[in-house]
Design a protein around this ligand. Sequence first.
Ligand code: CDM
Ligand code: ATP
Length: 287
Amino acid sequence: MLYVKAPAKINLTLDVLHKRPDNYHEVEMIMTTVDLADRIGLMETERGIHIESADRFVPNDSRNLAYQAAKLLKDTYHIKSGVIIKLDKQIPVAAGLAGGSSDAAATLKGLNKLWNLNLSLDELAELGTKIGSDVAFCVYGGTALAKGRGEIIQQLPAPPNCWVILAKPTIGVSTAEVYGAFDVNKAEHPNTQKMIEAIENKDYAGVCANLGNALESVTLSLYPEVAQIKDQMKKFGADAVLMSGSGPTVFGLVQQEARIPRIYNGLRGFCAEVYAVRLVGERDPLA
Ligand SMILES: C[C@](O)(CO)[C@H](O)COP(=O)(O)OP(=O)(O)OC[C@H]1O[C@@H](n2ccc(N)nc2=O)[C@H](O)[C@@H]1O
Ligand SMILES: Nc1ncnc2c1ncn2[C@@H]1O[C@H](COP(=O)(O)OP(=O)(O)OP(=O)(O)O)[C@@H](O)[C@H]1O
């Protein structure tokens, strides 16, 4: 069995510029990986693509993004053999943390090895774009500015080190629904350039000050409990707080480790899924 790690991402910024003729939105966003990961096991078999997962929210058929990744490689490169894909899910589902996209990216990278395809990361990212807008970022990992519909990736240095508290309310959010309700005239736009400068200068206060997500107000108006979690996380002592992606997960940045128990335990009082993880920020050299 070949194992591959599929880390979650958070959006330090997410700006939506306009709706495009293809019905996607033009975005500009800064994403970074965190140390919360699914584990993917890949085993060659005679034929077919078989998904095994104990998570009841994860489809085990062609709707699974890891299945789609395997199918795409199999069809494109005329692979005869099949694969069993074991998904050990740690990333909450439909959370705004790119769980499915990261599973797809890890499957592409793992099968590239298992099937000796020798494709470059750039080639895998291009294939990944056919599966979803976040897959290209997940192929590279680390920290990046993503443009276009999310598939044009410019690598950035790692942000200053810190802890990330993730809190996911019990609701799952549909990305399409949130983009569908987005109104460009009402949107707040983060300052992407200032965030890039803060990251480059390893300026933690600057990163905190420039967090911003144009989709946040849309999700907050659909699901008021997300606003509550934001308020609680601030009250318990996070340095800065934002919703990730289209939500509903809220993340808080914390530099002092001693503050984590109060925030973690406070949130656990009314939110079932809470995680305290490190920012990874760097590309995995072994990936
Ligand atoms: C919210 C984010 O996760 C932030 O990282 C991404 O922008 C969404 O990435 P994703 O989940 O990989 O999205 P996709 O699977 O490609 O698209 C899901 C749906 O979201 C909408 N969508 C997505 C990306 C984009 N730039 N504009 C959009 O309008 C489209 O309605 C699309 O049908
Ligand atoms: N491997 C997978 N893991 C989790 N969900 C998957 C997977 N493949 C397909 N899905 C489907 O995708 C939907 C969205 O799940 P996912 O966890 O990828 O959302 P997300 O974290 O909001 O992603 P993003 O941040 O890229 O929008 C789920 O409702 C689920 O049915």
